[in-house]
Design a protein around this ligand. Structure first.
Ligand code: SF4
Ligand code: FE
Length: 488
């Protein structure tokens, strides 16, 4: 049964998270004003699954049970499913204007599904059947899953087993009859505190000495031994102030968490990789392709809101019809549609894996993400250009509401006299949130480093580009190799 957004919120209240924020343990984290917007964003994935207009996009027939499941818990059974994934993510971005977090779990589920199938063929293990059973339970209960990949990594030049501190990568510290015990930490984990369970994955290629680090398993978020530390976001304490203007986007926000795993026990039926080093990189690369595809959806949807806000502030400033403003807005649309086109293209070019689910085209997914490491920066630059300097100099809402200085602000910060100053204020704080404030991390730095930093995409693009064939084409046309006879 699919949960409503309200059911989801209630279910989170049953999770006894051990979570810290601003130096304090947070007991009622569901209602905490800094955390709540990120829960709202995740809840939108539940809302859309029950809305008649979006239900077809936001749900799927389960490949493991045949029953209806939330799209974010589902396996992709065709290239069409990959396409609707990206369209759903664009819609989610439009409705929340932030990172809505649940895609990491969806991408992890699909990557682990195909990897466990092939691991079993190679190693005579039984991970895939275990994973199917776990996924049935996830879909049936409509749980939210966070995908936990990025280790804290320590010295970047050293392999996991070479680190001075062995805990720099999550690893198995004990193998028991009933399961394993893991230790380590995962950094900047999207949506970890909003999810019922986390799906732990390795973060890079492993060598023989790294066997204990090749681990994949599912753990309930409130298991013994787990501590979460909520990551700061620019201007986050504005959420603790009275009023509803200065934050810009009160409804929704992203969330990144440092997860500390202090000797956490995992029973065998939740272990999906345990020392198979040859499948560590396979899993990482598959997850990366899915998540690089994802950015062709979410970043386009968030970009739509940014463009809408930029056009609106141009209206409020009375400059909307200036030719250079119209030109810049068209440029912004071009950037957003290019991002989305790449997300769609890698989906249409997807392929079926041996396990039966579908994977986006690796080269095009990496091109998609590499564009995302650049275009949102240009989009923000154009938005800031059009918005003007007031974007970063607006007095606070408290001043705007002040009985003495408020009327001055209302008079002097008005643009087009037909538009209330408050509307201009609200649009500016939204733009501020999206370009430099609260939401900005998920549109700028997250665009750069989320799903892997740009160099990771360049490496994959180089590997997938078949340069030898391109050179052969050139040699043939140039007459260095034998020219093709069109009449032959
Ligand atoms: Fe989803 Fe985008 Fe957030 Fe990744 S960055 S979890 S794809 S919304
Ligand atoms: Fe991300």
């Amino acid at each position: 049964m699919l949960m409503t957004a309200e059911d989801y919120m209630d279910s989170l209240r049953q999770c006894r998270l051990n979570i810290y924020l601003l130096g304090e343990k947070v007991e009622n984290w569901v209602d905490h004003p800094i955390i709540r917007p990120s829960i709202n964003a995740m809840a939108m994935t539940y809302k859309l699954a029950r809305e008649p207009e979006s239900e077809a996009l936001a749900t799927a027939d389960s490949m493991v049970s045949g029953k209806k499941a939330n799209k974010f818990n589902s396996l992709f059974q065709s290239t069409g499913d990959l396409v609707t994934k990206v369209k759903l993510q664009r819609l989610m971005g439009q409705r929340t204007a932030c990172c809505f977090q649940r895609c990491v779990g969806m991408d992890a589920i699909n990557a682990v599904f195909s990897t466990t199938w092939e691991t079993d063929q190679q190693h005579n293990t039984e991970y895939h059947q275990r994973f199917r059973e776990w996924l049935k339970h996830v879909e049936e209960k409509d749980l939210c899953i966070s995908g936990a990949m990025t280790d804290v990594k320590g010295h970047r030049g050293l392999a996991p087993s070479q680190q001075a501190d062995p805990d720099m990568f999550v690893h198995i510290i004990e193998r028991r009859n009933d399961g394993i015990v893991v230790r380590g930490a995962k950094a900047h984990q999207t949506g970890a505190a909003n999810s019922h369970e986390m799906l732990i994955m390795p973060t890079l290629r492993m060598r023989e000495a790294d066997k204990d680090y090749a681990v994949c398993c599912a753990i309930p978020s409130d298991s013994d031994g787990i501590t979460m530390v909520y990551g700061r976001q620019s201007c986050d304490t504005r959420k603790l102030e009275d009023g509803d203007i200065d934050v810009g986007n009160y409804g929704f926000g992203g969330q990144e968490v440092l997860i500390i795993l202090d000797d956490v026990f995992v029973p065998w039926d939740r272990v999906f990789m345990c020392g198979e080093i040859d499948f560590s990189a396979v899993l990482v690369e598959r997850f990366a392709s899915y998540h690089r595809q994802s950015y062709g959806g979410c970043k386009a949807g968030i970009g739509d809101v940014l463009i809408g806000a930029t056009a609106s502030i141009a209206d409020y400033n009375g400059v909307r019809q200036a030719s250079h403003i119209r030109d810049k807005l068209s440029e912004m649309v071009h950037l957003v549609e290019t991002i989305h086109s790449c997300g769609l293209a890698c989906s249409y070019e997807g392929r079926q894996m041996m396990a039966g689910n579908y994977q986006p085209d690796t080269l095009l997914a990496n091109v998609c993400k590499l564009n995302v490491t650049r275009f949102p920066y240009e989009l923000c630059r154009l938005a800031e250009d059009i918005a003007g300097g007031l974007l970063v100099t607006t007095p606070s809402e408290k001043d705007f509401r002040h009985p003495v200085i408020g009327p001055y602000i209302d008079k002097y910060l008005k643009g087009d006299p037909e538009v209330p100053t408050e509307s201009r204020y609200r649009m500016l704080t939204l733009l501020h949130a999206m370009s430099t404030g609260l939401v900005a991390p998920s549109y700028r730095t997250e665009s750069m480093h989320g799903a892997g930093s740009p160099q990771a995409q360049k490496i994959m693009i180089e590997r997938e580009s078949d340069m030898e064939n391109k050179q052969k084409l050139a040699r043939t046309i140039a007459g260095i190799d034998k020219r093709e006879d069109v009449l032959a």
